[in-house]
Design a protein around this ligand. Structure first.
Ligand SMILES: [Zn+2]
Ligand SMILES: [Zn+2]
Length: 206
């Protein structure tokens, strides 16, 4: 398993690239912006982009899906709860994002418990609604990509259209804090953390 991390775009979105060493099948999580270079790098490395998976439908996580898909192919994966804002990106967000490109149609809708395969690697979808109705996390062996649901020392804002703060906290407590404490948290923005660290010190989860 090969995991690489980039910080891209005006919202400093964490873009993660997970590749299976054996088959070169690759997943990119949350390509929010500025992925021309990343697309070139994937091609140069001979990686086979199988999935472009977003944790939710906000433009800072979807704004370069089209760039990657046009350059490298791959299935665009999202939860149906955010279908509306992916298909018609709301201008309140995209006007703050120079270079935003409307995402292509969603190829595969995922639900809680669905599994994406990269060679022998398995990535499990965990539904964590709250930040948006269609927010999900992706779990792969001791690493969880949490999007804008859970950050180091914070949680995602829930005052945006479709957000629900109570639901978000419930999602985090019942679906994420129940993972093993050593599970590494890779959020959509900011530094990495762990489930144990957030369970014991995140002030929003007391
Ligand atoms: Zn968001
Ligand atoms: Zn975000």
């Amino acid at each position: 398993m090969n995991l690489v991390h980039h910080v891209l775009g005006s919202f400093d979105t964490n873009v993660y690239v997970l590749a299976d060493d054996e088959t070169s099948e690759t997943l990119v999580v949350d390509p929010g912006a500025d992925c021309e270079r990343l697309a070139e790098d994937l091609k140069l490395a001979g990686l086979n982009l199988k999935y472009i998976a977003v944790t939710h439908g906000h433009g800072d996580h979807t704004g370069a899906v089209a760039t990657l898909k046009n350059a490298c192919g791959g299935e665009f994966v999202a939860h149906s709860g955010d279908r509306g804002q992916i298909e018609i990106p709301p201008p309140w967000l995209t006007t703050m994002m120079p270079g935003f490109i409307d995402p292509p149609p969603i190829d595969r809708f995922v639900e809680d418990g669905d599994v994406l395969h990269l060679g022998n690697l398995s990535i499990t979808v965990i539904a964590t609604p709250g930040h948006t109705p269609g927010s999900v996390c992706y779990l792969h062996e001791g690493v969880v990509f949490t999007g804008d649901t859970l950050f180091q020392g914070s949680v995602g804002r829930h005052d945006l259209p479709g957000g629900d703060g109570d639901l978000e906290i419930r999602s985090i407590k019942t679906r994420l804090l129940t993972l093993p404490a050593e599970t590494k948290v890779l959020p959509g923005h900011g530094p990495a953390s762990s489930i144990g660290e957030e369970a014991s010190s995140n002030p929003f989860l007391r």
